[in-house]
Design a protein around this ligand. Sequence first.
Ligand SMILES: C[S@@+](CC[C@H](N)C(=O)[O-])C[C@H]1O[C@@H](n2cnc3c(N)ncnc32)[C@H](O)[C@@H]1O
Length: 282
Amino acid sequence: MANEVQQLTFRMTREEFDFFRSKIFLLAGISLSDAKLDLLQARLRSRVLSLGMKDFRSYQLYLQKLPEVHQEWEHFINLLTTNKTDWFREPDHFSFIVNEFLPRWLKLGKKHLKVWCAASSTGEEAYTLSLVLNLALKTSGVSFYILATDIDTNVLGLGRNGVYPQACLSQIPEKYHFGFCQGTKELSTWMKVRKEVKGPVEFKHFNLSQTPYQWQENFDLVLCRNVMIYFNKETIRNVVEAIYESSCDDAALIIAHSESLQNVNASWKYLAPSLYHKGRLF
Ligand SMILES: C[S@@+](CC[C@H](N)C(=O)[O-])C[C@H]1O[C@@H](n2cnc3c(N)ncnc32)[C@H](O)[C@@H]1O
């Protein structure tokens, strides 16, 4: 019994913490302060145990021998990301899209809207966007596409599935409930995102911290919310500049209310708290 308790309560040393946090910074740009030792310890403990190891030192030594492409690094990253998300999170952003962004954007006469939902977690944010755009663009003759990306391969799988507890409907305004079908008998407490809402959304693995981005993209609208809180100032600057390069001249960027581009010397122009643009649309 004493052995079992010892097994479950082994602690992470400062040196081990420094190793793990330097790795997650290198791999994902996630910056962990000294105060995050307990968090890191709690997140990695079950992995150490499931690998049959007795302490964090063994896990460190194991990781040190692995090539960068080894699947264990994927587990490591997935364990250390924080995936909290919601339907209609920070709802004023969706009002901004419908009432401010779209009316201006539609005047440009473009026929296809490209949106990037960067750091999409389990998909609620991307499907919220899809519900909103489905309704707002219904009679406009404009089609849309949403690229939903995340570094965490587990959450991408859940997003691709598009199945959520029915209790989530309470977070979604009633006029958008058309976007779901009820679960089957076996899945009666679950709901599935309808084809029209799921179809325009594509989930892809993407590491925001690996800048500059190796693609030629031109998004009209980018949502990059509640991820930059995990990055240091230099990483934030590199990320928002890379997003800038991936956006068209009329683009807008939405970040979270808890985030700001103040003091990062970004090319984006400030519009209102959490809202930025390239200078042509507003
Ligand atoms: C707190 S969630 C935010 C989800 C959603 N954007 C929202 O506002 O509800 C943060 C997400 O960022 C992802 N993330 C963290 N570092 C990342 C990186 N370097 N590249 C891409 N995604 C990252 C995490 O996996 C996680 O799913």
